[in-house]
Design a protein around this ligand. Sequence first.
Ligand code: UD1
Length: 369
Amino acid sequence: MRIFLVAGTRPNFMKIAPLLDEMRKYPKINPIIVHTGQHYDYEMSAVFFEDLDIPKPDIYLGVGSGTHGEQTGRIIIAIEREMMKHRPDLVVVVGDVNSTLAASVVASKLYIPVAHIEAGLRSFDRTMPEEINRQVTDVLSDYLFTTEESGNENLRREGIPGEKIHFVGDIMIEALINAKCKMQNAKLSISNLQSSIFNLQSPYALLTLHRPSNVDDKDTLSRVLEAVDEVSRRIPIIFPIHPRTVKMVEKFGLSEKQKPLHVIKPLGYLDFIGLEKNARFVLTDSGSMQAETTYFGIPCLTIRENTERPVTITMGTNKLVGTDKDRIVGESLKILAGEGKKGCIPPLWDGKTAGRVVAVILRSELKEK
Ligand code: UD1
């Protein structure tokens, strides 16, 4: 059974790692790793393969950056060629990035079944490119593997037959659990890099920012950076900065180099998780970090108006604060005063997701025979 495991961006790589480990337990499964090359910098790609012990991709498409049309189009052209050549029995896509959408469109037109890991999440905000990617991918998928109950409800409401929906838990949390022991030995390059200006033993907050709605608009980005500047006067903030954000900060002539704000290059997976786990709190617009902080029990302030992961709010430690300066500062100060949200770990975020996914795939294969 030939299975394409498609990944393209930083938040995809940790999602394929546990699947690959699980699939390798079954000699009848032949997983083929396809890296689209949507992310290509060492810090955004190769370091994740090293940290997660993922072998070199079997197929590298090298599509790089571009507008949505250019990037998605290039992936479609390149991956179609590979699917026609290898004729996989199943294409597994993860998350909600342009690579996810492109691979599912091509596979379904070639009548190759598609399995979507992290199906059903909805922000109900079509100004987010990811929301469009999620909706299209789910419509085309044959196996929809969900992370939380809201995903099941959304898919049922959209008319997806119940037998296609499989509630398996969050694969990213499985990667996190697997990484926990490795983390003890993590390089923690931050401590080497920053030891002269920052002592990791003292409390710090962690910031990430890369959503187009936050960083591509000058007013929004300056407002958020002003808020961050103010918070950083009360607690040092470490800011591993995304290449998109670097580009926009430069373009708008803004400064992200205030004193207690430590701007560093993006970190590898293990270093980043180590930093996240020990943060006093997290400020972010990332999807994945809302889930990771809930798992770690660390307060998370999400710099967005909505989330596709509502369980992180209803059960977890997440709070939406939007991009209003006073709100971001006010909620940060509340956390520093000991009023941070406490939560619990959502159902099936237990490190056994890949096993459930592969069991479903093997069961369906048996039925077809
Ligand atoms: C993409 C995903 C987003 C995900 C994010 C994680 C889509 C629509 N968006 O956004 O959902 O949360 O990845 O990081 O798929 N760049 C580099 N080096 C790289 C990659 C990107 O310099 O290795 C720069 C380029 O200037 C590029 C920009 O970052 O134009 C944005 O990259 P792109 O892949 O288009 O989107 P992300 O913002 O990374």
